[in-house]
Design a protein around this ligand. Structure first.
Ligand SMILES: *Cc1c(COP(=O)(O)O)cnc(C)c1O
Length: 388
């Protein structure tokens, strides 16, 4: 750290790979260039009108202006449980098996103080959401990156973890449909992961942020549908991607009652819950009509197809996404991920995510395209990429 006031542990955080890209982008924009970003996973469409209407009414209710309940209102937790029942046919007790989160990123970061001792390990996906590794660094625990390669269909290989690491592990994190690879997991994979977690006394956390952003008729499961999952699993859901609500910060954890209780102890010590008006609006999103969610998936699927057709013309190799808002693409021969992302920015004025930002080893050699961008701009961006 160059700062005088900084804990030593912050030295262990990886360099922010987008910093160089952000700097170059600012220069290009200052020079008057039109830069298109396919780098960010933030839905470009607004939150659905019926959710906004509920928020407007909820904001006017004085009771909502006071501190919210730490674990989420019973009404919100009941809505979360109802979502689990309707969507997955999973039974969850709103009193003991559901906890409100201020977005899943907050929740994931707080998993570490709740479940992993300093010096102990978390098994994390070889490529994934950066807070999976950052959360451990911030509580002085360690990460072991499970191999995630094309050969294993990007299914994180927990069996590859050395015995001495597994002995010192307390938690394992998985996430399917997967950001950034867009891979999906078959039920047998979840069954094997549950068996592994039970054998080694691990809490198995499944981040299911993209369960309702899926294509070609694919219906993503909850890990809690699998037998025995409630014994060792916590699943994390977010309104962010399904309902275009990234700015609202509303998510929840559901699963093993003992773990939910522990998780709640940490959270009641560090935050004071989600604005109750947001909980009321999020409850409407989770339990109201889901046709807008299906329309969003259809929109992303159309954009996916535009992207895949262009990648075919460029001769680039990719995974065909069955879900998420991302396409994971091999960089052309002769470039690292960072070099290719820099070239695309400098010559095509297009931002893509360098694969190494999502996993230093398994992410190298790939880049990520986000589908959260207007169709016309995606077409324009890919035309420019074709020309370089
Ligand atoms: C976007 C995303 C989330 C959602 O994060 P929020 O904090 O709920 O907005 C969670 N996990 C993954 C893998 C994501 O890509």
């Amino acid at each position: 750290m160059t700062q005088k006031f900084a804990a030593k542990r912050l030295d262990n955080l990886p360099p922010y790979l987008f910093a160089e890209i952000d700097r170059k982008k600012a220069t290009l924009v200052a020079q008057g260039h039109d830069v298109i970003s396919l780098g960010i996973g933030d839905p470009d469409k607004p939150t659905f009108p019926h959710v906004i209407e509920e928020m407007i009414a909820a904001v006017k209710r004085p009771a909502n202006h006071q501190y919210p309940s730490y674990e989420g209102s019973l009404a919100y937790r009941t809505a979360c449980a109802q979502f689990m029942k309707t969507r997955f046919n999973v039974d969850a007790d709103p009193n003991t098996e559901v906890l409100a989160l201020i977005g899943s990123k907050e929740g994931i970061a707080n998993l570490f103080p709740a479940f992993v001792d300093p010096g102990a390990y978390t098994l994390i996906p070889g490529v994934g959401y950066p807070v999976y590794s950052g959360g451990g660094i911030l509580n002085d625990s360690l990460s072991w990156w499970m191999p995630m390669t094309e050969e294993n269909n990007f299914l994180a290989d927990f069996e590859a973890a050395p015995a001495d690491i597994v002995d010192k592990a307390q938690m394992m994190i998985l996430s399917y449909p997967n950001n950034p690879t867009s891979a999906i997991a078959p039920p047998e994979y979840f069954d094997a992961a549950i068996a592994f977690a039970k054998k080694h006394d691990l809490l198995l956390v499944h981040d299911n942020a993209y369960c309702d952003v899926t294509f070609d008729g694919y219906v993503a499961p909850s890990i809690l549908e699998r037998p025995g999952a409630m014994d060792c699993c916590v699943e994390i859901f977010s309104t962010s991607k399904s309902y275009n609500m990234t700015g609202w910060r509303a998510a929840f954890a559901v699963g093993n009652a003992d773990a939910i209780k522990t998780f709640g102890i940490v959270k009641s010590n560090v935050d004071s819950g989600i604005f109750t008006a947001v909980q009321e609006a999020a409850a409407v999103a989770l339990t109201g009509p889901q046709d807008s969610v299906k329309k969003m998936s259809a929109l992303y699927q159309r954009r996916r197809d535009i992207v895949l057709a262009a990648l075919d013309q460029m001769g680039l190799e990719y995974q065909v996404p069955r879900g998420t808002i991302f396409v994971w693409v091999r960089v052309p021969d002769g470039f690292t991920s960072a070099e290719y992302a820099t070239k695309v920015l400098e010559e095509a004025h297009v931002i893509v995510g360098p694969g190494s930002a999502y996993g230093p080893k398994d992410g190298e050699g790939y880049f990520r395209i986000s589908l959260a961008c207007d169709d016309d701009r995606i077409v324009e961006a890919l035309d420019r990429m074709k020309r370089i």
